[in-house]
Design a protein around this ligand. Structure first.
Ligand code: SF4
Length: 453
């Protein structure tokens, strides 16, 4: 990232700081509708099953014991005994329906447990989950089994259990190590407990170890964030995800307490400075900037994939393993199978009711059009490597004027070949660049999305 980033003129910053999607998919989940239901999803699964091609599997485990006030995930806060077992019963029924629609026990290349807090499940429950999945899906050739880890509640025994079952990737939630920020966001965890788990994961053979950070949280300041970055770099994770805090209190009411309690959030220019500070620290420590939000050491497989143009992006972030189908299980989970996006019911009673009725719990989605597919390719190229070949831009002459404006602002540059490149400055605003190709954005500020900076 250029050293001149702090010099972004105020009027440019004001123009760029607007609501925008994060483009974990295109079209984004915000435009899913009732055109995809259980029948359409089942048909997509059947088509994929007939192809015999391997798939990626995601399981959403929504439970957490306490609420982090910044959280934008689909979570259930509970300590009810039996909650996880009851949920596993539902997952088992959903897995039955999905495997039935696929028509065979499909090979899986990667399996990702997300949430919520996957390690809310006890070791015995994690073993049960693995068992119910491996009966219905062939996990024997899966190269990547990944789990999201909350260091506050995960035990070494749970990491051991997962490692014995074949898990080999772990992502640790940190966000910020400053005590005042941690109290403000209701997520207190020490460097020591995080380090102990990261070291245990390494000993157990986990690779591609990731740490999640968030910039833009209440009370975050340059001095305190510098200490967080130092502590994280001392852990030397293979990967670091640096997310922009998404402040959407109209959708996540717990976030409203920051303002109610007078806990000030960094302004757009302060947030941009935090981002620049972090990028400098991470790149200075030898990490490669993969694209939006993500960094990796040069010998990590994500960096190597970036170098050879083989990096992909899906709902879980960046990956080297592109599968034609991402099958997602659990409430609110989003599948992408062929040209169909399908999202499950977002709340537990509706998810359970669908399964009680013996049908897939698909509630909404989208079937991609030819235009969607072309735009998705461009957005993916922007997010993974930052160069869009001229051929991918050919269907979009109407976007040229907006891109020329961004070129004048220094976010993109035209190569003599006609390819479009994202500049170092543009990388910080890659959502704004991607928005040029989003056919579903209206002109008015869109409350479905967080600010791009
Ligand atoms: S642990 Fe993660 S999913 Fe659970 S409340 Fe905190 S941020 Fe949200």
């Amino acid at each position: 990232m250029s050293a001149g980033l702090l010099d972004v003129p105020r009027d440019l910053l004001e123009r760029l700081a607007r609501p925008g999607p994060r483009y974990t998919s295109y079209p984004t989940a915000a435009v899913f509708d009732g055109s995809v239901g259980p029948a359409e999803y089942a048909a997509a699964l059947a088509r994929h099953g007939a192809s015999g091609a391997p798939l990626s599997l995601y399981v959403h485990l929504p439970f957490c014991r306490t609420l982090c006030f910044y959280c934008a995930c689909n979570v259930i806060i509970t300590r009810r005994p039996g909650a996880a077992e009851d949920y596993l019963d539902l997952l088992e029924r959903e897995a039955d329906l999905v495997a039935g629609a696929l028509g065979r026990r499909m090979p899986v290349t990667q399996l990702h447990l997300g949430g919520g807090t996957p390690t809310y499940l006890t070791s015995a429950e994690l073993r049960r989950l693995h068992g119910l999945l491996s009966v219905r899906f062939d996990l024997s050739a899966a190269e990547e089994l990944a789990v999201e880890v909350d260091p506050r509640s995960t035990t070494i025994e749970q990491l051991e259990t997962l490692a014995r079952l074949g898990w080999n990737r772990a992502s640790f939630g940190v966000q910020d190590f400053d005590p005042a920020v941690q109290r403000a966001i209701h997520r207190v965890q020490s460097v020591e407990q995080t380090r102990a788990l990261v070291e245990a994961a390494r000993r157990l053979g986990y690779r591609g170890i990731n740490v999640d950070l968030i910039y833009g949280l209440p009370l975050q300041r340059a001095e305190t964030f510098a200490r967080t970055l130092d502590a994280v770099l001392a852990l030397r994770p293979d990967r670091i995800a640096l997310y922009s805090y998404a402040h959407v209190p109209w959708m996540r009411p717990a976030q409203a307490r920051f303002e109610r309690k007078g806990l000030s959030l960094p302004r757009a220019d302060e947030k941009l400075a935090l981002l620049q500070q972090a990028v400098r620290a991470l790149v200075g420590a030898g990490y490669q900037h993969l694209g939006m939000d993500h960094f990796a050491l040069p010998d990590d497989e994500l960096s190597l994939a970036l170098d050879r143009g083989a990096l992909h992006r899906n709902f879980q972030g960046y990956t080297v393993r592109r599968a034609d189908a991402l099958v997602a299980l659990g409430m609110s989970a989003i599948s992408e199978v062929g040209d169909v996006f399908a999202q499950n019911e977002k709340d537990l009673p509706a998810y359970e009711a669908a399964l009680d009725a013996g049908r897939l719990p698909t509630s909404r989605g989208r079937t991609l059009t030819t235009d969607d597919r072309a735009r998705r390719q461009v957005i993916l190229a922007l997010m993974t490597g930052g160069t869009v070949p001229a051929a991918l831009l050919a269907p979009f002459p109407a976007e040229r004027a907006a891109l020329d404006d961004l070129a004048r602002d220094g976010l993109v540059r035209w190569h003599p070949s006609g390819d479009l490149g994202v500049t170092a400055l543009g990388r910080a605003f890659v959502r704004n660049v991607a928005m040029v190709f989003d056919a579903y954005l209206g002109g008015a500020p869109d409350k479905r999305y967080s600010q791009t900076v």
